[in-house]
Design a protein around this ligand. Structure first.
Ligand code: MV4
Length: 447
């Protein structure tokens, strides 16, 4: 096991990693910007190092400062959390060059999945169903048109360096394809410095279902079921749950086994999430994330497996000891991302928290780093905490969610709690009848 783990992150995920380190008995180092001197992760870590000014580029993304912090404290491993440097292959390599273990996948796999064309090519080669479209990048209007005629309109142009929805353009007909291609290319060039684009069949109202995987880098890999993350706004997930209301046990193990087999072949190491669009009973791969995700507690609640513990054990060179048969899915979990935002306009609402009393009781988990009197700084994302409920059935989880939300006291700032109180009482949500555009349509009609 590692001698000391440095956590290159802040907020609730820094705390989440700290908790597992404490359970493992591994000493921890927190890093923080000058804006985060009062943060909970700094208080709970064994040691802390200030790594720079508030701007993330100068602190949480500052690789030389992080290396210096490892050197000063003697940390022999770094957990990157999510966001920041978590999917930076170069960071993983640099740590390795300095004999510090990156707690995450092999740099080659991070790089592979960062290129959306290569990721899709790999998925296809490994037998994972993909969205119909171009084999690689599209070079010309003629090529795009020819593929679009083959697969049928509408089509979607995506950036190879993209992901997260930036630089996507829909073309509904032949007449729109030239402009869509030009706009997508220009946006991709501006955003990522790479104008490579590819083309896919546009799926109108799919669900977003992602499969959690775990591999040891030596050919053992399992799946931990799925999360349904269809409820999102502007590509920000809002509500995630598992199992998906759209799948039965047979569909789950079929797609799960397909993905696990692919990860064995790839010799994937660490945790990963394989993202699909799901429409008319069909899965179509879009992307793979090579980090621990915000919504990982949904999987932890339904499997009882500590994903951060597995990440650390595997990064330390241990074999995967969990077999697929050991994974038993129990009940249903729902996560709500509570943001410091106006629940109607979604305008950020940083500031001081006065009166904080989070809900508790059976089946209620709060992953948050805020406390009574804490001031949320304006420099980072607006996640205040995650409320995760678990129940024997989806109905019980929903009942518990309504109860927990009504119990929540978090004053001094605006939060999205009222949005979740409304969602947990909506018929379509109660019926599990939603897709990736449902939330934005709901917000437009209740405005
Ligand atoms: C799509 C799609 C429809 N058809 N691909 C958006 C983010 C990026 N990760 C992939 N995205 C989409 N790709 C095809 N072929 C619709 C989306 C999409 C979406 C996907 C998942 C969750 C929310 C979304 C919201 C809008 C569009």
């Amino acid at each position: 096991m590692f001698d000391k783990i440095l956590i290159a992150n802040r907020g609730e995920i820094a705390l989440r990693v700290l908790r597992t380190c404490k359970e493992l008995g591994v000493p921890t180092v927190a890093v923080h910007s000058t804006a985060d001197a009062d943060a909970m992760h700094v208080r709970l870590a064994d040691e802390s190092v200030c790594i720079g000014p508030p701007t993330a580029r100068d602190s949480y993304l500052n690789i030389p400062a992080l290396l210096a912090a490892c050197e000063i404290t003697g940390a022999d491993a770094v957990h990157p959390g999510y966001g920041f440097l978590s999917e930076n292959a170069r960071f993983a390599e640099i740590l390795e060059e300095h004999n510090v273990q990156f707690i995450g996948p092999k740099a080659s796999h991070i790089r592979l999945m960062g290129d959306k064309i290569e990721a899709k090519r790999t998925a296809r080669r490994l037998g994972i169903p993909v969205v119909p479209g171009s084999e690689g990048g599209v070079a010309s209007d003629q090529e795009a048109l020819s593929i679009a005629r083959d697969i049928g309109f509408p089509v979607l142009i995506k950036a190879a360096a993209g992901g997260g929805g930036r630089g996507m353009k829909v073309a509904h007909s032949q007449a729109e394809i030239g402009a869509a291609l030009a706009t997508a290319r220009a946006e991709a060039k501006a955003a990522f410095g790479d104008d490579t684009v590819y083309l896919e069949k546009y799926l109108a109202r799919p669900r977003h279902i992602e499969i959690q995987v775990l591999g040891d880098g030596r050919g053992r890999a399992i799946h931990l079921g799925e999360r349904d993350c269809s409820l999102q706004r502007r590509h920000q997930k809002v509500w995630e749950e598992g199992p998906s209301p759209a799948l039965n046990a047979a569909a789950r193990s079929a797609i799960g086994e397909t993905v696990a087999k692919a990860m064995r072949e790839l010799q994937y190491l660490g945790v990963g999430t394989v993202e699909f669009l799901y429409e008319n009973g069909t899965f179509a791969f879009i992307e793979m994330n090579t980090r621990i995700q915000v919504e990982h507690p949904v999987t932890e609640e339904i499997t009882g497996i500590d994903l951060v513990l597995e990440q650390i054990r595997i990064a330390a060179g241990n074999d995967l000891t969990l077999a697929q048969e050991d994974v038993r899915f129990q009940g249903h979990a729902i996560e709500c991302r509570i943001n410091a935002e106006n629940p109607e306009t979604f305008r950020p609402s940083p500031g001081r928290i006065v009166h904080y009393h989070p809900p508790g009781g059976l089946g209620v988990r709060i992953d948050s780093a805020v406390y009574h009197g804490y001031t949320i700084p304006p420099f980072y994302d607006s996640l205040v905490g995650k409320l995760i409920v678990h129940g024997k059935t989806r109905g019980e989880a929903l009942m518990r969610l309504r109860r927990a939300l009504d119990e929540f006291v978090l004053d001094g700032i605006e939060t999205t709690v009222p949005l979740f109180q409304a969602l947990a009482r909506e018929k379509d949500i109660i019926d599990g009848d939603y897709h990736i555009h449902w939330l934005e349509e709901f917000l437009a009609r209740t405005k």
